[in-house]
Design a protein around this ligand. Sequence first.
Ligand SMILES: NC(=O)c1ccc[n+]([C@@H]2O[C@H](COP(=O)([O-])OP(=O)(O)OC[C@H]3O[C@@H](n4cnc5c(N)ncnc54)[C@H](OP(=O)(O)O)[C@@H]3O)[C@@H](O)[C@H]2O)c1
Length: 346
Amino acid sequence: MRIAVHGASGFTGSLIVAELVRRDLTPVLVGRDAQRLRRVAERSGAPEAEIRVATLDDIDALAAAFTDCDAVLNAAGPFTLWGEPVVRAALAARRPYLDTTGEPAYLQKILTTYDEPAKQAGIAVIPGVTDDGVPGDLIAALAAARLDAPITEIRLADLRRPGAASRGTARSMAAIVVLDQVEYRDRSWQPVDGHALTIAEPGETEPVPVTALALPGVYTIPRHIDTPNVRGLIRAEVGELFAGLSGEVAESIPEIPDPAELAASRWMMLAEAIAADGSRARGWVTGFDAYTSTAIIAVEAARRLVADGSPAGTLAPAQAFDAASFLDRLALSGVKWQVEELPARN
Ligand SMILES: NC(=O)c1ccc[n+]([C@@H]2O[C@H](COP(=O)([O-])OP(=O)(O)OC[C@H]3O[C@@H](n4cnc5c(N)ncnc54)[C@H](OP(=O)(O)O)[C@@H]3O)[C@@H](O)[C@H]2O)c1
């Protein structure tokens, strides 16, 4: 299986190349700088890997770089700036497209604008195959499936603590902090209503103060769960950091996070489903090192898409993959997940 990695020279792209090699899949490294791509190939144990240089202003050249590959994984961000030409090139080459975006407005734009073109091209387009995008969407599906009554709300929380972010992530977050935060309310996307919330972290006694952030799930969950409301939440302390993140601050952050800090860092995606009769269920997924996890998730998503096929069009993770089997596969990489029913609230 040949997977084109656009943006292979970046931190996330290089981890994706290494993960493809680890899984005996064939990476094709695509980007704008042959030397940087070659260095990544050599460092990832694939010195013979194919390097293809194509720039974003030449869609034909990008499409030609993708055309004999089974899928395209794009890791070149900020996606708000650089994502769309790569989607268009994948469509022109009729190759499934996945990316590692965490930028909600871009993700929603791809989901809505490219659905019809993807159907016409007969391919799947899945933005946001990351450590928060995929586990958050899948665990929400599994929590909701535990309830019999109609769902009235999904609360999706990213409960990671501050730290261990790359410059690429900081640049992408700086690009989105200026946007108004959005939630799915009464079946449409609207500015958040702003009231403070706390959420109980599994295994902790004190509830955590959280604040609104339009996580990818705010856009992907309504595509497969019949619910009028989806809120995205992050720890309030992380929200404060985002609020102070300017382009200038992002440039001062090291390109690659400290490896020891990264290895020790833990992420957790928690979904609470609330039904009309007061019944509740929650599920969570947790793992270490968000960037290695993203590479593992992105490669598994691309592999499944190619091996198992999928409907054409833009897809949320739970529309493309069986949620439990996908999360079970991640257990090999130390990811744990669980779903439980909670006492009803009347
Ligand atoms: N959970 C999440 O949401 C999550 C997790 C992981 C990553 N991500 C996202 O993935 C993206 C990459 O992060 P990173 O840390 O790997 O960043 P990075 O190290 O800065 O890498 C950025 C990549 O994009 C390429 N690129 C930038 N501008 C380009 C342009 N104008 N034309 C062509 N290529 C261009 C770079 O190519 P050059 O080497 O040629 O400069 C490089 O390959 C970010 O948007 C980040 O937010 C999200």
